[in-house]
Design a protein around this ligand. Structure first.
Ligand code: SF4
Ligand code: SF4
Length: 168
């Protein structure tokens, strides 16, 4: 009989302990950390690094890519395909630019080696598709995902050298 009473006492003690934890965490003073995704989009950190994309230049309306192929050679996964457009020798641009994002490990090496700094990380993460083929992004899609290139920092001329540090 005494064991039953002890069990009942322990059960009540456990319920009170549990309710205490609930009450502490339910307090209005604690900020809510739950995000109602997908209705509420999460705020991405400043340094968020998504998939590589090709933002378009505001003046030309297309990517600054010169189809040098450095990104394709650097990619450890060998998932970038670049073919140069030979129609105009004075205007070097890609005829084909594809990335198979399904195998991308977001290492950023392709973006680091780009001599034109035109391969930039996207600020999107909703890349789910129903097929593997849907994860192969072509030039048009990469430009669309990249959006517009941010404006260049103002250039100050100091003596004979150009200073590109942001003006205060
Ligand atoms: S982020 Fe890395 S794995 Fe992805 S395409 Fe660039 S180099 Fe390849
Ligand atoms: S490294 Fe840059 S410029 Fe060269 S092909 Fe890749 S994206 Fe284009």
């Amino acid at each position: 009989m005494s064991t039953v009473l002890t069990d009942i006492k322990n059960s009540f003690a456990s319920i009170i302990k549990g309710l205490k934890v609930t009450a502490i965490n339910w307090s209005f003073t604690r900020p809510c950390v739950t995000e109602l995704y997908p209705e509420q989009k999460p705020e991405l950190p400043e340094a968020y690094r998504g998939m590589p994309t090709l933002p378009v230049h505001p003046e030309t309306g297309r990517s600054d890519c010169i189809a040098c192929g450095a990104c394709a050679r650097m990619c450890p996964e060998e998932i970038i395909t670049v073919e140069v457009d030979k129609s105009d020798p004075k205007d070097r641009k890609p005829a084909v630019f594809e990335i198979d994002i399904s195998r991308c490990m977001f290492c950023g090496l392709c973006m680091e080696v780009c001599p034109k700094n035109c391969l930039r990380p996207a600020r999107t993460f909703e890349l789910a598709t129903c097929t593997r083929e849907g994860m192969v992004y072509g030039l048009e899609k990469l430009q669309e995902l990249g959006g517009m290139l941010p404006p260049e920092p103002e250039t100050k001329v100091v003596g004979n050298e150009k200073d590109t540090s942001p003006s205060t």
